[in-house]
Design a protein around this ligand. Structure first.
Ligand SMILES: N=CN[C@@H](CCC(=O)O)C(=O)O
Ligand SMILES: [Zn+2]
Length: 387
């Protein structure tokens, strides 16, 4: 917009078309979009993804369809460890190019802010490679990024969980702190895969506590395959969010509600791995802030938050308004960004999507139909995608 005060990518006003037209009659705009008969929604926020990796795992999908569990494959050296090997072999440029393509697919499906984890490097040098790729994307690409250090995604070969935790606390985190101080890298969150056979509760606590002390928001994987009391730990540590929670306890739900600790639910994973569904209804009824994520990773290959919302409604019994809130303002809350993102309000960042339907619910109802429905994706007031 030119000709009068410009908010530079932020929402200037909201109201009926005739009022807005009068208010801005003197102004000139780079582009005007006629949205008559269409819906405008906030840009979708994906609160949990692992988008930087090399080497596909379609062969594991075959194994899972034949009955293998996630942990069967993990313990046989597949899963995360398989991806770690391939990611270590890949160049930074290759990783950036594939990340760019993946983020483009997410944008195309309406995501304008996405959490991106490291975690397929494990060793410091390799984790730094992944984090530099995420940092480059944060600086160069139009989509908003919340960066997460997830060096405790698996226990590296040749180390115990205790040794890996010590290495992270004594070597990884100080290095990240230094890079943050120099302005070389901006990391928002710290994550740990708290799970039987991965990081136990004590190692998880030590790593997360150290991350918090250096100013990172705690946002970690917990209570996915086994009940670990991760939700209780998240509440105790003042975590922003805990993800997965298929096996959360009643006490964990109560503690998360009291602590304002957000539950990031991942419908694709529960669906893909045929896990029991997280108890979204109980969480919502008890006052937990519920967000959604695609969990995009080589195990759950899904870019689409509209499909995630659909699964949340059908499999977790969320209503469509609950799913939309979980994929916008609550997901922004999980990333500590609900003051600037996640809703259409004056002064917030101008991130939104235009859908060609007279009712917004079509975006959830038409399973897999978002490519047809989404006409524009706008980030900071600029058209990033036009159908
Ligand atoms: N559960 C741990 N991490 C990922 C899976 C990562 C992988 O299998 O590569 C998740 O959130 O689903
Ligand atoms: Zn994950």
């Amino acid at each position: 917009m030119r000709g009068r005060r410009c908010c530079d990518g932020f929402i200037e006003a909201i109201g009926p078309a005739d009022v807005i037209q009068k208010q801005f009659s003197e102004a000139t705009f780079e582009e005007r979009i006629d949205c008559s008969g269409k819906c405008i929604l906030p840009g979708l926020v994906d609160a949990h993804t692992h988008p930087v990796w090399a080497g596909e795992r379609v062969h594991e999908f075959v194994m899972k369809l034949a009955g293998a569990t996630y942990m069967d494959i993990h313990q046989a050296g597949g899963g995360i460890n398989f991806t770690v090997e391939r990611t270590r072999q890949a160049s930074e440029e290759e990783l950036f190019r594939s990340l760019q393509q993946r983020l483009q697919c997410m944008l195309r499906a309406g995501t304008t802010l996405v959490e991106c984890k490291s975690g397929y490097g494990l060793a410091l040098k390799e984790e730094l490679k992944m984090l530099r790729v995420i940092e480059r994307a944060r600086r160069e690409l139009p989509v908003g990024i919340s960066a997460t250090y997830c060096g405790a995604h698996a226990v590296p070969r040749g180390k115990t969980a205790l040794e890996a935790a010590d290495d992270i606390i004594s070597n990884h985190l100080p290095k990240l702190k230094e890079l943050g101080r120099n302005g070389e890298m901006h990391i928002d969150n710290i994550d740990v895969f708290c799970e039987e056979g991965v990081f136990d509760l004590d190692s998880t606590r030590r790593i997360l506590q150290s991350g918090k002390e250096m100013g990172l928001q705690i946002n970690f994987h917990g209570d996915e395959l086994h009940p670990m009391r991760a939700a209780e730990l998240g509440a105790e540590l003042g975590a922003r969010a805990v993800s997965h929670l298929e096996e959360v306890s009643d006490a964990g739900i109560t503690a998360m509600a009291a602590a304002g600790c957000c539950a990031v639910l991942l419908p694709t994973t529960a669906y893909m791995l045929r896990l029991k569904q997280p108890r979204a209804r109980k969480m919502l009824d008890e006052g937990v802030i519920v967000a959604l994520g695609s969990d995009f990773n080589p195990n759950a290959y899904c870019f689409s938050m509209p499909m995630v919302m659909h699964l949340a409604c059908v499999n977790m019994r969320m209503s469509m308004p609950e799913a939309l809130a979980a994929a916008t303002i609550n997901a922004a809350y999980a990333l500590g960004k609900s003051h600037t993102h996640g809703s259409l309000e004056v002064g917030k960042q101008g991130d939104f999507i235009v859908i060609n339907a007279s009712r917004w619910e079509h975006l959830i109802y038409q399973f897999g139909g978002h490519h047809e429905l989404i006409e524009y994706v706008i980030v900071k007031g600029k058209v990033i995608y036009k159908k």
